[in-house]
Design a protein around this ligand. Structure first.
Ligand SMILES: Nc1ncnc2c1ncn2[C@@H]1O[C@H](COP(=O)(O)OP(=O)(O)O)[C@@H](O)[C@H]1O
Ligand SMILES: [Mg+2]
Length: 281
């Protein structure tokens, strides 16, 4: 089948309360993620982000509408294992995702459950640990790791399943700045190697590298576009409890003060280039 998206949400509704049909946590959500795409979902607390994450690999199935993973309907139970292999979800709290006491045993857990031969598991675990920069820690005890390291071990556990997409549900919310950088850099590296990434976050700076940004509010999609399109809608973001990246704030402030900044620099590099242009350097 041509034109098949890796992840395809079609008019999805989800309720935690089957009794109360009006209490949808997710309302009429439609979006797609293609192979190799980097999608960021922004939204304040309670806007439905974690529900979307759980709908993306059949942890939840829609109350109404459809979710397809590589053409497979997530509501069809016989697809469950194939779907979980293709789309992994990394959650907020690294401590809830670590299952073994030694790093390499933890990473091997997923592939072992798939019944993969030991020699192949060894290779997958080593490759996964190298991919997240934790290979040297393979024999370390998991409980001694920092938050960022634990989160990277959790990501390695996903990678060892050879997924085509990883959904990160606020993976940096409990981390210090260094841990946040480690995790975001890992996601960007995986994406540069061809993996699809869905990053759910409320840190605006983490959204500037996305191919596509989706803003959710009250369970609905409020806006979808490139980071530049989204961050130029400052008022819309503020009205739904979000912010703009510091670089954007600074640009807007300088423009207000009469500095002739053109366009909307998003990253520090872009802002520096714009300064150099203005100063004719
Ligand atoms: N287990 C649950 N039972 C009932 N309501 C829930 C449950 N989990 C989340 N909700 C509700 O669903 C809505 C969306 O929650 P969630 O997807 O966790 O949002 P986010 O991840 O953006 O904070 C919220 O109103 C929340 O209170
Ligand atoms: Mg959440």
């Amino acid at each position: 089948m041509e034109n098949k998206h890796l992840l395809d949400f079609q008019n999805v509704f989800y309720t935690y309360d089957e009794e109360d049909k009006d209490s949808f946590a997710v309302k009429d959500i439609s979006f797609t993620v293609d192979k190799g795409e980097y999608v960021v979902i922004l939204g304040h607390n309670g806007s439905g982000k974690s529900t979307i994450a759980k709908l993306s690999n059949s942890i939840f199935v829609p109350s109404e509408g459809k979710v397809f993973v590589d053409g497979m309907d997530t509501a069809d139970e016989k697809n469950e294992f194939k779907i979980r292999e293709k789309v992994g979800v990394v959650f907020q709290n690294p401590d809830n995702q670590i299952v073994a006491s030694i790093v390499e045993e933890d990473v091997a857990f997923g592939p072992e459950n798939l019944g993969i031969p030991p020699k192949t598991i060894r290779e997958r675990v080593d490759n996964a640990l190298k991919a997240v920069g934790m290979y040297d820690y393979r024999l370390h005890e998991t409980h001694r790791l920092s938050g960022g390291q634990k989160q990277r071990v959790a990501i390695a556990g996903m990678i060892a399943m050879l997924p085509e997409c990883i959904v990160f549900d606020e993976p940096t919310a409990m981390l210090d700045p260094r841990g946040r950088r480690e995790v975001i850099n890992t996601a960007r590296k995986l994406n540069s190697e061809g993996m699809s990434i869905v990053l759910i976050t409320h840190f605006m700076e983490e959204a500037v590298f996305a191919d596509k940004v989706i803003v959710v509010d009250g369970g609905r999609i409020l806006a979808e576009g490139t980071p530049r399109e989204i961050f130029s809608k400052t008022e819309m973001l503020i009205s739904c409890g979000l912010d703009v990246p510091d670089t954007v704030k600074l640009s807007l402030l300088l423009k207000e003060k009469g500095v002739p900044i053109e366009g909307l620099p998003l990253t520090e590099e872009e802002l520096t280039e714009e300064y150099l242009r203005i100063l004719n350097l």
